[in-house]
Ligand binder design. Structure first.
Ligand code: ADP
Length: 432
């Protein structure tokens, strides 16, 4: 073969190879394309199935929410109502969803409870599940009490994007509770009045005799002194009688003090946080009724304190009640009481009760613990004085402070159990 035909031959072989390679390549590509198309179709089918399932879930959820007899609603952080079910519309007296959806929930919250409501919303958006009660004024002006159980709703990244609230009308329950409380207060008032009345009558009777005797003996002495015919030694007898009768009167008064004191504190090792929780529970109804919220900031792992739990409960209860009364009287827009426990710098424990009320006038702050000091129209002025006696009978101290921008803070300390002077045997008296 000549070089020309060799070249042609080689050319043909090369062209054939390229053609075969191209054919193989395009066949493989077509196959891959078909595979990819198939995968895409499979994915689309999967996606559709997921979407169908999601939609089914949503329908089911919606059907449940729509038929739920309680009010179910979703709210944004600023209080905007995002969704509400028919029971909810009925509860707020809305004729159609547009009356309330897209509007702020505060449109139906009584003004004195708006701050309380806001605080609870803040807690939910911070991730807490909360239960709160508030007074509501519906869109048609009807007043009722509501109780809401609220939980945070989170997105896929865990951020809280809405509040899910279930609310019910608790007006009847509230009214019954209030009636029972009024009845109880009235009973307590009658009981107190009759006890005080009995005590006053008894006291008057008991004191009358020695006082009348003192007056008689003293008058006799004066008469004889005026007559001028008396030796000083003759006056000693009647004057001794005056002293004896005065001692008798003071004995009567001691009995009255014992009666008021009731008993010696029964000091033993106690968990201060437990005592605080129990007071918070006991005063819950009263604080809520005045639109006040109690927050507990209890330090963990505190030493046990040397205390008579009932008496320490009485002290904290007095302080909480005073705070509620001060905030109610001053119509404070924010009504918050914080009870804190913590170490007192020594081996003992300090309890702090701080409120967001008007605070105490600087000129009066030293007098608030005095007996019968009160600025209230119907006050007795004994609460803080008794509280101080109790704290001191526990070997502790109590003091009051008032913030520059208002707010009163009361702090008292208690000894750690086992730290008290003279060991566990020491007895502390009240009103001594
Ligand atoms: P009462 O409550 O009968 O007045 P208390 O001894 O408990 O008697 O209180 C004495 C006074 O101390 C009150 O009348 C009030 O003026 C003042 N006070 C007590 N607690 C507070 C408080 N949290 N905020 C403002 N003032 C207070």
């Amino acid at each position: 073969m000549g070089t020309g035909s060799e070249a042609l031959w080689l050319g043909l072989v090369a062209a054939g190879g390229t053609l075969a390679a191209a054919l193989i390549f395009s066949a493989v590509s077509a196959l891959r394309l078909r595979e990819a198309e198939q995968r895409l179709r499979d994915k689309e089918i999967d996606h559709q199935a997921v979407m169908d399932r999601l939609q089914e879930n949503e329908y089911r959820l919606r059907a449940i929410i729509e038929s739920e007899p309680e009010c179910v609603k979703l709210q944004a952080a600023d209080g905007t109502v995002l969704e509400i079910n028919p029971a909810g519309l009925k509860l707020v007296d809305a004729d159609s969803p547009e009356d309330i959806v897209g509007k702020r929930i505060y449109a139906v919250v009584a003004p004195e409870h708006a701050e309380l409501y806001r605080e609870n919303m803040r807690r939910v958006f911070a991730g807490e599940a909360v239960v709160y009660e508030f007074r509501s004024i519906t869109l048609k002006g009807r007043t009722c009490w509501m109780e809401t159980h609220a939980v945070p709703l989170r997105d896929a990244r865990g951020a809280v994007y809405a509040l899910l609230g279930i609310t019910r009308d608790v007006t009847e329950h509230k009214l019954a509770e209030e009636q029972a409380r009024r009845h109880q207060t009235e009973l307590a008032r009658v009981a107190r009045l009759s006890t005080m009345g009995e005590m006053a009558t008894g006291l008057a009777h008991e004191l009358n005799q020695p006082l009348a005797a003192i007056a008689n003996f003293a008058r006799g002495c004066i008469r004889r002194l005026r007559g001028g015919d008396v030796a000083p030694s003759e006056l000693i007898g009647p004057l001794e009688e005056v002293c004896r009768q005065a001692e008798r009167a003071s004995e009567v008064m001691r009995h009255v003090r014992d009666f008021v004191r009731k008993r010696e504190p029964q000091l033993a090792g106690a968990d201060i946080n437990q005592i605080v929780r129990s007071v918070a529970k006991l005063t819950e109804l009263e604080t809520r009724q005045h639109g006040a919220a109690v927050r507990l900031e209890l330090a963990p792992q505190l030493p046990r304190v040397l205390a008579d739990p009932i008496m320490v409960e009485q002290v904290i209860g007095n302080l909480v009640r005073n705070s509620v009364e001060a905030m109610t009287e001053a119509r404070s827009p924010r009504r918050e009481i914080t009870i804190r426990t913590g170490p007192n710098g020594g081996a003992g424990v300090e309890v702090e009760i701080a409120d967001s009320g008007p605070g105490i006038d600087g000129a009066l702050i030293d007098q608030v613990f005095d007996q019968f000091f009160t600025t209230k129209r119907e006050g007795v002025g004994m609460g803080l004085s008794i509280s101080r006696s109790i704290v001191e009978s526990h070997g502790g101290t109590i003091r009051a402070e008032s913030g520059a921008a208002g707010g009163a803070t009361f702090r008292f300390s208690l000894q750690a159990a086992g730290q008290e002077a003279g060991g566990g045997e020491r007895r502390h008296g009240l009103h001594r």
